[in-house]
Design a protein around this ligand. Structure first.
Ligand SMILES: Nc1ncnc2c1ncn2[C@@H]1O[C@H](COP(=O)(O)OP(=O)(O)OP(=O)(O)O)[C@@H](O)[C@H]1O
Length: 514
């Protein structure tokens, strides 16, 4: 299905880090996948074209747009060069910013770019669809499934579906697509992880139109002239982007936190520091989606607030630390966790066994499966606790004061468990009042990879960011040798601090804005 030769690709030197791909469906009617490398220009195919990416489409300009790579962050941006028909990103047309083109749009996982005449709900035959992703697995196979023959298909993990997807994120009977007269519809069959249509969660049933993009689990599907063209992608790597303008209460009279912007990625272990009442819990509740703020919380490019049903299982509090029952065996313990975490309708006994098996292998406790918990060493018990946390499909783990009320040894043990969860490809965020205890016993280095400091401004009484970066940078920024001394710097004098919150909020602002 993929025609790698049809699109001319300029090969810039391999870049380091995440590799971004662009899936293109143009008038050629077959998806082409190109890997973005450095800056690349986009235009239509014509004899003397000098563009890096050329699409078969007469409604695309000769030099329609540009993909711009920002080396510092590893992000891609897209600019429309004030083209005649323009470019739509996730359904919104990019507007001219200056004589050169639109303002750069930062591309996120799964962003959908279209070049079309004005009616997106009825694509022009020469329309172009492009999907930006970091999760494309090189060489993975595209398949097509005609839906026009029978007038309806079902999609799910169960063998009895018309389109079977072997992916644990997919429910046994996940969705159905059917025809009614000239119209096509899709319905989410109350799946656990939902269906995304053009980047939005499907509620009940919705119209399907040509060029629509569906995500079911990790499978991308394009609906194109009564055919589903699909490909299973890799699990996105885990990237959390928090952009909060403000969180207010009392009908806007009190603003608890303002201007909180940061990103964390898979394997990050983020320490959240802040004085009493600075807004740490408010921030956590906003990231969990429990108490929404003005702004957006993106995980792998998906907006939590707009896709709460499908995403709520991916971001969560670390459930109570497991009190492992000493008289149970390892496998039994983990099967009990699977019973609780994996929905009965979606996951059969066999699925749960499979998930427990793969988690044990991942963490390295499969050889201990028949051992009693009471026979395990301290380190092995810790690993079983980590496995228990990894059985669900959670990607972001948030922990509010795991160390309160514990002795130093148990505190350390809990921090090590959290660190190991992060090392397994997750993002872990922790509020801790004893941050200097969390050090690697061998190297003496902090277990945290990032520090986020929230300080309460005396000007507006709201919590603002006073720092985000790595541990050593944080100490340098505040001129301290221990993390807990950061609190001394920012806490008000009546709490025994130096009262320099406003100073550091401004210093951090200057650092971010140059
Ligand atoms: N619903 C509310 N109405 C009014 N004020 C509120 C509300 N919720 C929180 N606050 C105030 O907002 C500020 C931030 O609260 P938050 O609980 O987020 O702080 P925190 O940093 O977690 O503090 P602590 O470390 O003491 O738990 C506090 O001054 C708190 O009194």
């Amino acid at each position: 299905m993929v025609d790698e030769n049809r699109t001319f690709i300029y090969r810039a030197p391999e870049k380091q880090g995440r590799s971004a791909s662009l899936i293109i469906l143009d008038a050629g009617n077959k998806p082409t996948v190109i890997s973005l490398q450095g800056n690349m220009t986009l235009g239509r195919v014509y004899e003397k074209s000098s563009c890096d990416i050329c699409v078969h489409s007469r409604i695309t300009g000769r030099r329609h747009g540009e993909f711009v790579y920002e080396e510092r962050t590893g992000d891609y941006y897209y600019i429309d060069n004030n083209s005649m028909n323009g470019t739509y990103v996730n359904g919104r047309k990019l507007l001219p910013y200056d004589a050169r083109g639109s303002a750069p749009h930062k591309l996120e996982e799964g962003d959908i770019l279209r070049i079309d005449k004005s009616r997106l709900d009825d694509p022009h035959p020469e329309a172009v669809l492009m999907i930006f992703t970091y999760s494309y697995v090189k060489g993975s196979r595209w398949t097509s499934c005609p839906v026009g023959v029978s007038g309806s298909i079902s999609i799910g993990r169960d063998e009895r579906n018309t389109l079977v997807l072997d992916d644990m994120m997919v429910s046994r009977r996940h969705a159905v697509i059917w025809q009614n007269g000239q119209q096509w519809w899709i319905e989410d069959m109350q799946s656990q992880n939902g269906v995304r249509l053009n980047g939005r969660e499907v509620h009940g049933r919705e119209r399907l139109r040509n060029h629509d993009v569906l995500f079911i689990g990790n499978t991308l599907m394009i609906f194109w002239f009564q055919t589903i063209i699909y490909n299973c992608f890799g699990e996105p790597e885990g990237r959390l982007s928090v952009n909060i303008k403000k969180k207010d209460v009392n009908f806007g009279r009190k603003i608890l936190i303002r201007d909180i912007h940061f990103e964390a990625e898979s394997t990050d272990f983020v320490l959240i520091l802040g004085g009493s009442g600075a807004g740490k819990t408010t921030l956590i509740n906003a990231i969990l989606g429990e108490k929404k703020a003005d702004g957006e919380i993106l995980l792998d490019g998906q907006d939590l607030y707009k896709n709460f049903k499908s995403m709520k299982t991916k971001i969560g509090l670390v459930p109570q630390f497991l009190n492992l029952r000493l008289s149970d065996k390892v496998r039994e313990t983990l099967m009990d966790v699977a019973e609780i975490k994996l929905n009965k309708n979606d996951y059969s006994k066999e699925d749960k066994k499979k998930r427990v098996q793969e988690t044990m292998e991942k963490v390295g406790v499969q050889k201990l499966e028949n051992h009693l918990i009471s026979q395990l060493s301290g380190g092995q018990k810790k690993k079983v606790s980590v496995a228990a946390q990894l059985i669900g499909f959670q990607k972001v783990f948030i922990c509010d004061e795991p160390d309160s009320g514990l002795d130093a040894a148990s505190r350390m043990q809990q921090m090590e468990i959290l660190k190991e969860i992060a090392d397994n490809g997750k993002i872990v965020m922790v509020i801790s009042h004893e941050p200097d205890d969390a050090v690697d016993s061998q190297t003496g280095k902090s277990l945290f990879t990032k520090v986020l400091v929230i300080a309460k401004s005396t000007n507006d009484q709201s919590g603002h960011m006073a720092f985000y970066g790595d541990v050593e940078e944080a100490k340098h920024f505040f001129g301290v040798s221990r993390l807990q001394d950061i609190m001394l710097e920012i806490n008000p004098p009546y709490e025994g601090g130096k009262g320099k919150a406003d100073y550091y909020i401004q210093k951090y602002r200057n650092r971010v804005h140059g």
